[in-house]
Design a protein around this ligand. Structure first.
Ligand code: KPL
Length: 305
């Protein structure tokens, strides 16, 4: 399968990074967003090189259809963005979902008639201006379909992304990988957003105990869902994973804190929602997770579902 044209919906940091890396590799890119953006965009690479690249930016979809549709909006905006386009998409169009958490993915995988892949990435990027994205830190991307099918498509997209400078691996167990990322995000993001602290401050009193309590609840839910940590086992495996990321990102302001500080909606429903729902399904008490979900929902003036 040859891939050449891509629509990327959601010109945030990951959408812009994807657009410019694929454009640099000779792919034809249309970047769709709510606001008009300049077609000439600048990519600053991790080495500090400044590349000027041309993509098509639109607030409405052009005619025709792409070879691949990437949805790179925040999790809470993904379903609405998809529904706006759905009636004009060919039934067999492959869709790639780049959202955090585990909320959008199962819903859109059921709703979209064509192949659906999910991607999770540790690439670091930020938007520096309407025409400029900084690829701040190199990472890795995993891609696959929730039920483990569409292996050829996943491998094709993975090799295209890798050739474009975003090292990507097709995996047969992306659901498990998304839950790993969700565990990290659930243990870090709500607490740092609530206390307005950098990730590294979670190591200190009194936050450390709160993180441990959240990890304990996450570990119980994961066990009930049959999801093992990437290394080690049980509670210790989840503790190792979370504290390693806290250490590695000690100076970061996590994405949810950045959203709170900028007065934007947060991804609490996509990150905490699936854990709280799974806890209810398995009849487990998760008072910390429930209360973080409630607090973040209240701060946004919404009611947790
Ligand atoms: O993914 C992140 C985020 O900010 O959303 C972590 C890993 C928590 C790093 O800050």
């Amino acid at each position: 399968m040859a891939l050449q044209t891509h629509w990327i919906v959601g010109p945030g940091a990951i959408g812009r990074l994807l657009a410019l890396r694929l454009a640099q590799h000779g792919q034809r890119i249309t970047l769709l967003g709510r606001r008009p953006l300049p077609d000439r965009q600048t990519l600053v690479t991790p080495q500090g090189d400044v590349l000027s690249l041309e993509v098509i930016t639109r607030t409405r979809p052009p005619g025709g259809s792409p070879d691949l549709l990437h949805l790179t909006t925040k999790a809470y905006a993904a379903e609405a963005a998809y529904l706006e386009l759905a009636s004009r998409l060919p039934a067999d169009l492959p869709l790639v979902l780049w959202q955090n958490g585990y909320h959008t993915q199962p819903r859109l995988a059921t709703r979209h008639p064509g192949p659906v892949l999910c991607a999770t990435t540790t690439e670091g990027a930020y938007v520096a201006a309407d025409d400029r994205v900084v690829h701040a830190g190199r990472g890795n991307t995993l891609i696959g379909s929730l039920k483990g099918g569409h292996g050829d498509l996943a491998r094709t997209v993975a090799s295209l992304l890798s050739a474009s400078g975003l090292p990507t691996r097709a995996v047969p167990d992306i659901r498990r990988r998304l839950w790993h990322k969700l565990a990290i995000n659930a243990a870090i993001n709500p607490l740092v957003a609530h206390h307005r602290i950098r990730n590294g401050e979670l190591r200190d009193t009194p936050f450390r105990d709160e993180v441990e309590a959240v990890i304990g609840e996450v570990a119980r839910v994961m066990q009930a869902e049959g999801i093992a940590p990437p290394e080690g086992s049980g509670l210790d495996g989840w503790r190792t994973l979370v504290w390693r990321v806290v250490e590695a990102t000690a100076n970061n302001r996590a994405s949810m804190l950045q959203d709170v500080l900028a007065g934007r909606p947060t991804e609490h429903v996509a990150i905490l929602g699936p854990l709280c729902e799974a806890a209810r399904r398995h009849d487990l008490a998760t008072p910390r997770l429930d209360s973080l979900l409630k607090t973040l929902a209240k701060a946004q003036g919404t009611v947790p579902g």
